[in-house]
Design a protein around this ligand. Structure first.
Ligand code: NAD
Ligand code: TYD
Length: 337
């Protein structure tokens, strides 16, 4: 099988690639990634020498580059590449529209021209916007994004669905809740909080900290993506969630407990503008249609994640100082192969 992955040097994409190649070592897998600030090729060190693996540095907004990198009739395209952080989208949305909207259209066009098989588009539960309790966001519900990030991901979904309807391409959309685990860039809540706590630095709590997110371990998400890629129904959307809703304060309290740090590290700061109060995806469809189950209980996953960040202080330091690419150049001499 030939698999073309975009954004595979990021947090979720790199887990997907490591897991895919571990399970299908004879597959050919091309990782097409622009290597933005969020990329980290250290995440892929374990697959560097895998016979079927190759990395191409390129921008999903550049049709010629994507065309040149994608082989004819590859079996599966998995489109992770995106600008992914809500706070950055509030500071400036332009790159989100470019990468997430234009980039998705380019991927759809090239995949069609190259006669790719299945197109798996990675979206987010944030396209549903604020979901007041006790409601859960279902696949067919209206999309009501709040942030520029979520709006760009919503636009991308519409383009995928338009291509399904207009050109009858075999595409599937997945919407995942908040992922956590190793190798996550320390701007998102969990890695930021863990690394700050480890350094005895204040952890910013936006507003009252009672916003609810549904946490899923990145390995469980990637197992779900594998399942959807192989068994999902063309033209469908699947929700992937943790069935693990927690307030931010609850999660931060658990981290303080694991690390034995004082509550005084939690520092209330001005709330994020337009902050969604609650996300909640209904993932019954994944469970009932595809028989999906999760493997990682939250407490275990959180402990292991904390341990990983403790053991990878140098990784965190490099991530924070933006040294990934320099590091990679020193280690491997080049950024692509
Ligand atoms: P990330 O920010 O860690 O990684 C994004 C990757 O995409 C990076 O390697 C980056 O270099 C690459 N990229 C960005 N712009 C690109 C471009 N123009 N061309 C080529 N590559 C580009 O993101 P992540 O957390 O791994 O998220 C991956 C996908 O999953 C995104 O589409 C995101 O919207 C979605 N998602 C993430 C979460 C989460 O909790 N992290 C939840 C739901 C959905
Ligand atoms: P984040 O990791 O940015 O994910 P998202 O907003 O996409 O769900 O944030 C998770 C939650 O944590 C969200 O409610 C915002 C909040 N948050 C903080 O309270 N402090 C922080 O420093 C960050 C980054 C997020």
């Amino acid at each position: 099988m030939t698999v073309f992955v975009t954004g595979g040097a990021g947090f979720i994409g790199s887990q997907f690639i490591r897991d895919w190649l571990a399970q299908h070592p004879s597959d050919r897998l091309i990782n097409f990634d622009k290597l933005t600030y969020a990329a980290n090729l250290e995440n892929l060190a374990s697959v560097e020498g895998a016979p079927g693996y190759s990395l191409v540095q390129g921008d999903v907004c550049d049709p010629e580059a994507v065309h040149a990198a994608m082989p004819d009739a590859c079996d599966l395209v998995v489109h992770f590449a995106a600008e992914s952080h809500v706070d950055r989208s509030i500071l400036s949305a332009t790159e989100f529209v470019r990468a997430n909207v234009l980039g998705t259209q380019v991927m759809l066009d090239v995949a069609r021209a190259r006669k790719a098989g299945r197109f798996l588009h990675i979206s987010t539960d944030e396209v549903g916007g604020d979901i007041p309790a006790p409601r859960a966001f279902k696949e067919g519900d209206p999309l009501e994004p709040s942030s520029p990030y979520a709006a760009s991901k919503t636009a991308a979904e519409h383009l995928v669905n338009a291509a399904v309807r207009t050109f009858a391409i075999d595409a599937i959309i997945t919407r995942t809740s908040n992922n956590y685990g190793p190798y996550q860039f320390p701007e998102k809540l969990l890695p930021l909080a863990i690394s700050n706590m480890l350094a005895n630095r204040p952890v910013p709590v936006y507003g009252d900290g009672l916003q609810v997110r549904d946490w899923i371990h990145v390995a469980d998400n990637c197992a779900a993506l594998h399942l959807v890629a192989r068994k999902g129904k063309a033209g469908s959307t699947y929700h992937i969630g943790g069935r693990n809703p927690r307030t931010n304060r609850e999660v931060l309290g658990m981290l303080l407990g694991i690390l034995g740090k004082p509550e005084s590290l939690l520092t209330t700061v001005t709330d994020r503008p337009g902050h969604d109060r609650r996300y909640a995806v209904d993932c019954t469809r994944m469970e009932e249609e595809l028989g999906w189950t999760r493997e990682v209980p939250f407490e275990d996953g959180l402990r292991r994640t904390v341990q990983w960040y403790q053991d990878h202080a140098d990784w965190v330091a490099r991530a924070k100082s933006g040294e990934y690419r320099d590091y990679y150049a020193r280690q491997y001499g080049t950024q692509t192969r």
